[in-house]
Design a binder for this molecule. Structure first.
Ligand SMILES: C[S@@+](CC[C@H](N)C(=O)[O-])C[C@H]1O[C@@H](n2cnc3c(N)ncnc32)[C@H](O)[C@@H]1O
Length: 352
């Protein structure tokens, strides 16, 4: 595959995704509002919304574009996976140098949880762990996860880090589900005095995360291959536990275990702060979001959104629990944004 063809095809997919997330979403919203007005009563659930617009050509067009643009992006003729496979040796060579670095600790005996191994998440063939190029593919794909943000896209993790850091200094931080290190990097850069542990299940992502930390000459971070809901850390060893975009990937039972594990590894008074997709302001937002989960191979998006997380954390003995919408860029309306957006939410709590 020639580089020019790949770049042009990916740019086309991204532009079409922007058209989908603005013009198509806005037409769908208008049609929905028109139908609500004509029936005279407000839908109360995603199923109600489906019965109003689920059969329209417009909704089917919207859903088809959502599913198939993502599919083209990963597996099409000029997709991320074939592109990286063709260049695997050259692209992976720099990462292999980081494989022996003391900042990286892989666990060849780790058994992947069933929920994780069963699904090609994000429609990524082989998922984020299945082949050596998977971390690079995920990194490239994540650059256009929120296309409307343009150059402000990078603000997301930095903004979250700033918010967490406003809550006070920390000495020992655990970033659960760090992926290729995008969520960890703003922490190791902004907290040079802190010791940062970042864990994930996926070897290819951890290798890329470590490679980036080596490039950045970061001395305060370690990437370890470990399951977030059964870590080997001592009880009470962290004053801050974070995650970004991890919780919605777990089934409810595993979410429960993850919160228990976070509680166990936190010192008394320690904080836990997660950024994820959770608060859905109305039935229409639920309809779009649950559909997104199905179309993007994220089967636990809906069960996670339906959990009363404030109640759950209070039951587990956390205090000062807050569940708040999060604006991922300037100018975003967290209650009714005209274009498509994830329902970003910050879930924070303290160990009593
Ligand atoms: C959507 S990615 C987010 C990565 C990163 N936090 C970011 O914001 O870019 C979710 C990550 O969680 C990891 N993950 C899923 N289940 C996990 C578990 N039980 N323990 C540790 N990591 C897990 C996946 O491998 C993936 O890298």
């Amino acid at each position: 595959m020639d580089e020019r063809g790949f770049v042009a095809a990916q740019a086309f997919i991204l532009d079409t995704k922007k058209y989908w997330s603005t013009a198509v979403v806005s037409s769908l919203k208008s049609e929905y509002r028109r139908r609500v007005r004509s029936t005279g009563h407000e839908p109360q659930s995603a199923a109600d919304v489906h019965s109003l617009i689920g059969d329209t050509t417009l909704y089917r067009y919207y859903a088809w574009l959502e599913r198939h643009l993502q599919r083209l992006k990963y597996s099409g003729r000029y997709g991320l996976v074939p592109y990286h496979r063709e260049r695997a040796d050259a692209l992976l060579a720099p990462l292999e140098q980081a494989a022996d670095d003391s900042r990286l600790e892989l666990d060849p005996d780790l058994v992947l949880p069933k929920y994780f191994a069963a699904v090609d998440i994000h429609q990524h063939p082989g998922s984020v762990w299945g082949e050596p190029i998977a971390g690079l593919v995920y990194e490239r794909g994540a650059r256009s996860t929120t296309p409307m943000m343009g150059s402000r896209h990078r603000d997301l993790h930095q903004r979250f880090t700033d918010l967490v850091n406003e809550g006070g200094a920390c000495k020992h931080l655990l970033d659960m589900g760090c992926g290729f290190g995008k969520s960890t990097k703003p922490f190791y850069e902004s907290l040079p005095e802190a010791e940062i542990e970042a864990i994930d299940l996926a070897t290819p992502c951890l290798k890329l995360a470590c490679h980036d930390a080596v490039q950045a000459q970061a001395q305060n971070v370690r990437f370890r291959q470990m399951n977030a809901y059964e870590t080997d850390y001592e009880a009470g060893s962290f004053d801050l536990v974070t995650s970004t975009m991890l919780l919605h990937e777990l089934p409810p039972k595993e979410i429960n275990r993850l919160f228990d594990e976070a509680h166990r590894v936190l010192a008394p008074g320690g904080r836990m702060v997660h950024l994820d997709f959770h608060l859905l302001p109305d039935a229409f937002a639920q309809f779009l979001h649950y559909g997104h989960g199905r179309r993007n191979n994220e089967p636990f998006m809906q069960p996670w959104a339906e959990i009363d997380v404030a109640e759950l954390l209070a039951q587990k003995g956390f205090r000062n629990v807050s569940v708040e919408p999060f604006a991922e860029a300037d100018g975003v309306d967290v209650t009714d944004n005209p274009s498509w957006r994830f329902p970003w939410t910050v879930i924070a709590a303290e160990k009593a």
